[in-house]
Design a protein around this ligand. Sequence first.
Ligand code: AMP
Ligand code: ZN
Ligand code: FE
Ligand code: FE
Length: 295
Amino acid sequence: MNDNNGNKYRNKKERKGGVKYADLHVHTVFSDGTFTPEETVRVAREKGLSCIAICDHDCVDGIGPSIEYSKKNPIEIIPGVELTVMKDRKEIHMLGYFISWKEEWFNEILKRIQAERISRIDKMIEKLKRFNIEVHPDRVLSMAGGKGSVGRLHLAQTLLEIKAVSSIQMAFDKYIGDFKPCYVGDISFSPKEAIELILKAKGVPVLAHPCTMRDDSLIQEFVKYGMRGIEIFHTDHSLSVSKKYEKIAKEYGLLVTGGSDCHGLGKGRVLLGSVRVPYSVVERLKEEANGNQQT
Ligand code: AMP
Ligand code: ZN
Ligand code: FE
Ligand code: FE
């Protein structure tokens, strides 16, 4: 049973509002979102959500402050991460839910990726020079607030600030989007490494926004490595796209999840809660994560 927003319900009770909802894909200032953990929790509560998953790019530093703040402003926080994966020069995102985010070895790996992200920005800045665009790396870093993961959205925001582009979207379409002339992809893991890393951290690996992957045949390969779910509901997915991935998930026995991919005001509109799933999805993820704890 679906409504016009693409929300999926198992029965009438869910549709009528007798259930709790979760947004399972949220960014904070610890990657390229503009909301602090405090703002994220506050807005999520305003939107009537019972649960959010903090899924910053290659970073878990926003989880602790979110949990801390949620103690006084009750909302359930799922510790998550969105790992950058590279396959045949294509950037793919892998979500990890219920990861052991405090593990030192895990944090050390993420710190290395975060350092590589800074060098990657320098490389993209170098490529932009070919288009007579001069960007100061420090400006991009300060756009990122000097913490967590710096990324392409920060570079796009800087390009807008210096008026090299007239919109964030134009920065991606013309220069730094996937396969565009100034894109550099050398951060990240192979799909196998990312999935194994999430599993080692006792998390549940879920493919983020599969529509951007543009190659559904890879799903079978990822399942082989241990991927356990697909994010079928996402801001960039139409209802027919969600249905397509729901069918694929069923075929492989995968969990289905959904989230808004909110970046605060980073992409204009606040998306938090605009894509949400019934709490039963969280319960299924928990069962899966508990299975991992026992192995
Ligand atoms: P990064 O982790 O540095 O590769 O940046 C990934 C982020 O850039 C995504 O989460 C989006 O926020 C943004 N992004 C990537 N491609 C596009 C695009 N074509 N249009 C708009 N935003 C994009
Ligand atoms: Zn992002
Ligand atoms: Fe993503
Ligand atoms: Fe995301």
